[in-house]
Design a protein around this ligand. Structure first.
Ligand code: GLC
Length: 541
C-alpha cells in the first residue's frame, strides 16, 4: 500500500489575490483558469483554493454564507466547473477549502437559529443561557475579545471561537451533521478531488469544559465524517490542526485508515513567539529549535503517518522573511528553505508567491491593512498599553496581510494583477520580484522550485524514502532519504554565516551556489542535495 500523492506537490491559491480578470481589483476564477499554464509549467499537481463560496467576506471567505454557491465576486458555478474541467485536462487536481467548524452569521442556518429558541435551526449552533448575568465562561476568541456574544432576541449567548460573525456549529446535532455530509458529498459528486479542512481539530470540542482543540468528541466525529464522505474515494484530505501533536497526527493519518491524509501541525510556526504570549509577542527564531521540530515530526510520523510540509500559507508570514533572509541572501535563503522542505518525507505545499521568494509586504500604515485579525489586535494591544512602534513591528512580522497582497505577475501597474487599484496594496517590491522577472532568469528561485517538484517525481527516495538524521553543526540541517540502494542527502545552512559542511560522495542534484560537493564549509544559506547510488555515501566500508 502506498499513498498516490507521495510524489505530488500542492500549490495554494488565495483567490482574492491571484489574478483579476474583471477589473474590480479582486482576483477571480477566470484569473485562475488564465494562469493554469503557469501552474502547469511549475509542475504542481494539486491546487488548493482558499474559499470561493458566497460570503460577506468578514474573514475573506472563511465565513461561509452558502456552502453550495460560488461568490459572485469570484465568478459563477459555470466558471468553477470550467476551472475544474481545465485543471483536470492538464492533470491537475482541485481541492476546496472547507470551513465546517463555523459559518458566517449570514448563513441561513444562523439567521434562523437566532430567530427563536424553538426554531428548528437553533440547535445547529452552540447557545448557553447567561450565568450570573454574564457569559458562561471567560473563553477568549482567536480574533480578540470574548468567544461568547449575547444575542438580544433569544437572550442567550452563542459561541464563536473566531469573529463574532463566525458562529461555531453544534457538532452534537445529528441533523446538522447530516446536512454537512450531504453538502460535502454534492461537491465530491461534482468531481472535486478533496478538501483542506479548516480548523478541523476544533469539531470535537466541549465548550463548557473549555476543551477546544483535540476535544473529547474528535475521534468519533472525524471517524463519522470519513465514513460518510471520504472513505475509499481516492481523495486528498488535509486537515488544519493547530493543536495536534505527533500522537494525534499518527492516529489520524495512519495508512491503514487515513481518516485524514495529512495534517498541518503548527509547531514550527510558533517558534518565533514568546511561549504562552501569543503570536504577536515576537522572539527571534532559533535555527536549532527549528531543526529540532522538523526532525521530531519527520521521525515521529515515519512508521505509519504522513506529513504535510509547509513554510507559509494565507495565515502565516512569508518563508524568507521568517526563516531566511529578506535582503542580501533573499534568493539563496528562499532556495535553501525550499530544498530543505521539499527534501523531507511528506507532501510539500507552496503558497502563491513563495516560488518567487516573495517577502512579507510589511505595509507601514495601519490604514492599508484589511485583515480583521490585524485590525482587532491593534486595538487590543493598544488597550493593553503596548506602544505604537512595538505593535507595528509585530504587525509587519505577523499580519496575515503580509502574504495576501496581490500576486506580482509583472512590473506593470498593479503588478500585472489587475488593471485597477486592488483590494489590498500591491507588494512594495513587485518591480523587482515578479513572475515575469523570475521566468526570465534561469537562476531564479522559481526554477529551483520547478526542479524540486520534478525531482520528487523522478526520485523514489524523495517521494517515499526513509528519513534519517545526519549529524551536523547545530545550525546546519542535514538528513538523508533512502529507498533501496539510493540515498539522497540534504544539507542546508540555516544561517547567514559560513558553517561546517559534511562530505558526501555522489552526484549533486541541486544546489544554490556553484557546486563544490567536497568543500569544508557551507556558504550563507547554502543547500546541497546529493544522490548516492549503491555505495556508502560517507565513504565508510
Ligand atoms: C483558519 C483559516 C483562517 C481563518 C480561520 C477561521 O485558521 O486558515 O484564515 O481565519 O481558520 O476560519
Amino acid at each position: 500500500m502506498s499513498r498516490w500523492y507521495e510524489s505530488s506537490t500542492v500549490y495554494q491559491i488565495y483567490p482574492m489575490s491571484f489574478k483579476d480578470t474583471t477589473g474590480n481589483g479582486i482576483g477571480d476564477i477566470k484569473g485562475i483558469i488564465e494562469k493554469l499554464p503557469y501552474l502547469e509549467s511549475l509542475g504542481v499537481d494539486i491546487l488548493w483554493l482558499s474559499p470561493l463560496y458566497v460570503s460577506p467576506m468578514d474573514d475573506n471567505g472563511y465565513d461561509i454564507e452558502d456552502y453550495e454557491a460560488i461568490n459572485p465576486l469570484f465568478g459563477t458555478m459555470d466558471d468553477f466547473k470550467m476551472l475544474l474541467h481545465q485543471a483536470h485536462a492538464r492533470k491537475m487536481k482541485i481541492i476546496m477549502d472547507l470551513v465546517i467548524n463555523h459559518t458566517s452569521d449570514e448563513h441561513v442556518y444562523f439567521k434562523q437559529a437566532r430567530l427563536a429558541k424553538n426554531n428548528p435551526y437553533h440547535d445547529y449552533y452552540i447557545w448557553r443561557d447567561p450565568v450570573n448575568g454574564g457569559p458562561p465562561n471567560d473563553q477568549q476568541s482567536v480574533f480578540s475579545g470574548p468567544a461568547w456574544t449575547f444575542d438580544e432576541r433569544t437572550q442567550q449567548y452563542y459561541f464563536h471561537l473566531f469573529s463574532t460573525r463566525q458562529p461555531d456549529l453544534n457538532w452534537d446535532n445529528p441533523k446538522l451533521k447530516a446536512a454537512l455530509y450531504a453538502m460535502i458529498n454534492r461537491w465530491l459528486d461534482l468531481g472535486i478531488d478533496g478538501f483542506r479542512l479548516d480548523v478541523i481539530d476544533l469539531i470535537g470540542k466541549d465548550v463548557d469544559a473549555k476543551r477546544l482543540g483535540c476535544g473529547p468528541y474528535l475521534d468519533e466525529r472525524l471517524n463519522e465524517l470519513y465514513e460518510r464522505c471520504f472513505k475509499d474515494k481516492g481523495l486528498f484530505i488535509v486537515g488544519e490542526t493547530p493543536t495536534f501533536g505527533i500522537e494525534e497526527a499518527n492516529r489520524f493519518t495512519a495508512l491503514k485508515r487515513p481518516i485524514l491524509d495529512m495534517v498541518f501541525h503548527f509547531q514550527h510556526v510558533g517558534l518565533d513567539e514568546r511561549p504562552g504570549e501569543g503570536k504577536w509577542a515576537l522572539k527571534p527564531l532559533d535555527p536549532e529549535a527549528l531543526k529540532t521540530v522538523l526532525f521530531k515530526w519527520q521521525l515521529g510520523l515515519q512508521e505509519d503517518g504522513w506529513n504535510s510540509l509547509y513554510w507559509s500559507n494565507h495565515d502565516q508570514p512569508r518563508a524568507v522573511s521568517r526563516f531566511g533572509c529578506e535582503s542580501t541572501y533573499r534568493e539563496q535563503s528562499a532556495k535553501m528553505l525550499a530544498g530543505v522542505l521539499h527534501g523531507m518525507r511528506g507532501t510539500p505545499f507552496i503558497y502563491q508567491g513563495e516560488e518567487l521568494g516573495l517577502t512579507n509586504s510589511k505595509m507601514t500604515n495601519l490604514e492599508d491593512y484589511r485583515d480583521l485579525e490585524t485590525l482587532n489586535v491593534y486595538k487590543e494591544l493598544k488597550s493593553k498599553g503596548w506602544d505604537e512602534a512595538t505593535i507595528m513591528e509585530a504587525i509587519k512580522a505577523k499580519s496575515r496581510d503580509n502574504v495576501r497582497t496581490p500576486m506580482p505577475w509583472s512590473s506593470q501597474p498593479y503588478s500585472g494583477f489587475s488593471t485597477v487599484k486592488p483590494w489590498l496594496k500591491t507588494h512594495p517590491k513587485y518591480q523587482e520580484i515578479n513572475v515575469e522577472e523570475a521566468l526570465s532568469d534561469t537562476q531564479s528561485v522559481w526554477y529551483f522550485y520547478r526542479d524540486l517538484i520534478a525531482l520528487r517525481k523522478k526520485e523514489a527516495a524523495l517521494a517515499r524514502g526513509r528519513f534519517e538524521v545526519l549529524s551536523s553543526a547545530p545550525q546546519v540541517i542535514a538528513y538523508t532519504r533512502t529507498e533501496g540502494l539510493e540515498t539522497i542527502t540534504v544539507i542546508g545552512n540555516l544561517t547567514h554565516q559560513a558553517q561546517p559542511s559534511i562530505s558526501v560522495k555522489g552526484t549533486m542534484l541541486l544546489t544554490n551556489y556553484k557546486p563544490n560537493a567536497r568543500a569544508k564549509m557551507l556558504r550563507p544559506y547554502e543547500i546541497k542535495i546529493i544522490k548516492t547510488t549503491g555505495e556508502d555515501a560517507y565513504g565508510n566500508h
